[in-house]
Design a protein around this ligand. Structure first.
Ligand code: PEP
Length: 257
């Protein structure tokens, strides 16, 4: 049984004060949601604040939105995996479509980051997903397969198993258009089949695949009841601690069954 994982991608939002207040409210709203793994992914500047506010809580972890693959050196503006580890970061979002589109990140760049993250014992949340044009041209499987194979190249089975994959159709991110549960399940099942080809079936069955793209409290549960959807990567709705808590509680209710 795969433990559901729900992550809050704050993107370029939240000051340190706002982040501390978010965690305060979230902890009050959530109560006991131990059956779900929760990851808060603040901007770099608020990571230390969130880690401090969470203290020793085990089921809520901290993530980062990006990292560089080199260990140190003349890379102005970049952050290494060890720097993130120092702030108690456990997950790192890699290959997000906003970075692929706005900053030109390729599968090769994402692959370097994924490998460096594993070397430093950080778990990547690897984002893959097609654009609307690619979907309309019947290229969903080709795009997902290329992104998965490129980003996971050279990884061992253990590392692949410890990677979380996030299926994020680009046309659903921040648009209010969610993939239907059937569309999402179809893509997730394809991702799992591809992971079985890249690694093996046993490994693929253990990998958690999140759905991301306009997830809200009112659609999260339906999406997460699908057999291959193991959680959510939430952008917009994760900025409100009450909305985010409702999404986590939706996942927790499914875990109890
Ligand atoms: C995201 O950016 O990862 C995302 C899923 O955003 P939103 O929930 O706002 O669509």
């Amino acid at each position: 049984m795969r433990k559901k994982i729900v992550a809050a991608n704050w993107k370029m939002n939240m000051t340190q004060a706002e982040a501390a207040s978010f965690v305060d409210t979230l902890l009050r709203e959530l109560g006991d949601a131990n059956d779900v793994e929760v990851v808060i992914v603040p901007p770099f500047t608020a990571i230390a604040k969130v880690s401090e506010a969470l203290g020793a809580l085990e089921n809520i972890k901290v993530g980062a939105q990006n990292m560089y693959w080199e260990k140190s050196g003349a890379f102005t503006g970049e952050i290494s995996a060890a720097m993130l580890r120092e702030l108690f970061v456990r997950y790192v979002v890699l290959g997000h479509s906003e970075r692929r589109m706005l900053l030109g990140e390729t599968d090769e760049i994402v692959n370097r980051k994924v490998r460096a993250a594993h070397e430093a014992s950080l778990h990547p949340i690897l984002c893959v997903g097609e654009t609307l044009e690619q979907r309309e041209n019947g290229r969903v499987e080709e795009v997902l397969s290329t992104q998965l194979r490129g980003s996971l190249a050279g990884l061992g089975v253990k590392e692949i198993q410890e990677t979380v994959v996030a299926y994020e159709p680009v046309w659903a991110i921040g648009t209010g258009k969610t993939a239907s549960a059937e569309q999402a399940q179809e893509a997730h099942a394809f991702i799992r089949r591809t992971l079985a080809e890249i690694a093996d079936e046993g490994t693929s069955n253990k990998i958690r695949i999140q759905y991301g793209g306009s997830v809200k409290p009112d659609n999260a549960r339906t999406l997460m009841t699908q057999p291959d959807i193991d959680g959510a990567l939430v952008g917009g709705a994760s900025l409100d601690p009450r909305s985010f808590a409702q999404i986590v509680q939706g996942a927790a209710a499914l875990a109890e069954k």
